[in-house]
Structure formats: C-alpha cells, structure tokens
Design a binder for this molecule. Structure first.
Ligand SMILES: N[C@@H](CCC(=O)N[C@@H](CS)C(=O)NCC(=O)O)C(=O)O
Length: 219
C-alpha cells in the first residue's frame, strides 16, 4: 500500500495530483510543516516535520515522503515520476525518448523555475512586493526566470502539451514547479503560450480535485 506523508499545502501536491489522475489507492498521513505551527503548540502536534517520529521516517524533516512496500522516497518529483510510472497509464513515459524528455523537464522545473518562483510567491504572499526589499527580490527572481521562461515559451508555441500529443507527468511536474511564479501576472502575460498551457493543465479534473482538498485544509 502506498503511504504519502504531507499536507496538501506543500510539495505533496505533486504526487497527490498524480494520485488523483491515476486513482491508485493510498493512505494519506497529513504531516504539516513544523514552522507553520505556533511554538507553544508544536511539541503537542505529533504530525509535524519536527517530531522525532517523523525524523525516523525522513531525517531531513521535510514533506512529502512516500513509502511503498519498503521503498522510501523523500523528493517530491521523484515520487511523482514513480507513481506515474507505476500506474503504467498514459501519464507515464511510454518509451526511452519520452523518458528522456520527461527527465529533462523535471530537472528544468526543479533547477530553473522552482527557486525564483518561490521567491516571487513568498514576497507577494507576505505583502512585501511593494517594499524596497520585496521589489528587489522579485526583480532578481524575474531576471533568473527570463531565459528559462523564454525557452519554455518557444517550446510551447504551437504545442498543446510538453512532450507528446497528450497530457503527461512531464506537464504535471512542470506546471507544479511554475505554479509559484504564476502569482506574477505580468510574467505570465508576457508568455502567452505558457499561460495557455498551464491553464490547460490546471483545468484537468485531477488538478481541480487536488486543489479542492488543498483549499479545505487550514491556511
Ligand atoms: N526538494 C524537496 C523539498 C521538500 C521541502 O522543502 N518541503 C517543505 C514543504 S513544501 C518542508 O517540508 N518544509 C519543512 C521544513 O523545511 O521544515 C522536495 O521537492 O520534496
């Protein structure tokens, strides 16, 4: 039985979206980030990333974690790929070429998009976008994103999906890595093919179902 540790309001959203797409049965353990809990309550909240019982599962103290029949994965994109491949359905790469392209876009998302995207998301989320510090942070993030976004936009122009004529786990992973930067309206408006593609990804019932469960969690 697949067990997935991690609340929906975390990178657990990635494997959880796959699980919505594939319908694989799983047990969900909603471990929350310890830093989101007030200091006074953290010690009394057993399902958080700072507890000894969770450290025994992942000494890095991060979510998500996936366990499946003795296999333990602690990187969200690796578990996302694993679940898609395990399902063996259309979400998964079907041959060596699709596998290579899927890996490429996963690494691209993790190395080129995620970190500047998080800087944008947190700065906007903390209401600091209009401060000197916040606008400098966003400007640096936009600079870091400029070439990767141009590359993605050129790739998606005239294409419906990233690597094939169908939605695959490559689209899912990249859409999730880009979701952070998506909060920057002008960035997305400047990349219309990318905007149209992420809108298609996020219109999928699997994404909508995952996000509805995410929205039902306390902020
Ligand atoms: N590269 C890891 C990052 C995991 C990560 O940083 N998770 C965050 C939540 S999205 C976390 O657990 N933070 C708690 C902490 O750092 O204490 C992955 O993609 O799984």
């Amino acid at each position: 039985m697949i067990t997935l540790y991690g609340v929906y309001r975390s990178r657990a959203s990635r494997p959880l979206w796959v699980l919505e797409e594939t319908g694989q049965p799983f047990r969900h353990v909603p471990v929350i980030q310890g830093y989101r809990l007030p200091d006074a309550t953290r010690a009394d909240a057993p399902l958080n990333t700072t507890t000894a019982s969770f450290s025994a599962i992942n000494p890095q103290g991060t979510i998500p974690v996936l366990e499946d029949d003795g296999l333990v994965l602690t990187e969200s994109l690796a578990m996302t790929l694993y679940l898609a491949r395990k399902s063996a359905g259309p979400l998964a790469p079907q041959d060596a070429r699709e596998t290579a392209l899927t890996d490429q876009w996963a690494f691209f998302g993790a190395t080129a998009l995620e970190s500047p995207g998080l800087d944008i998301l947190y700065t906007i989320g903390q209401g600091k976008a209009d401060t000197a510090e916040g606008s400098a942070k966003i400007a640096a993030a936009l600079e870091a994103l400029a070439r990767p976004m141009a590359r993605l936009e050129a790739h998606l122009a005239g294409r419906e999906w990233l690597i094939a004529a169908r939605f695959t786990v490559a689209d899912l992973m990249l859409a999730e890595c880009l979701r952070y930067a998506q909060s920057h309206g002008p960035l997305m408006a400047a990349h219309p093919a990318t905007q149209a593609w992420i809108t298609r990804c996020q219109a999928r019932p699997g994404f909508q179902a995952m996000m509805a469960k995410r929205a039902a969690e306390p902020a």
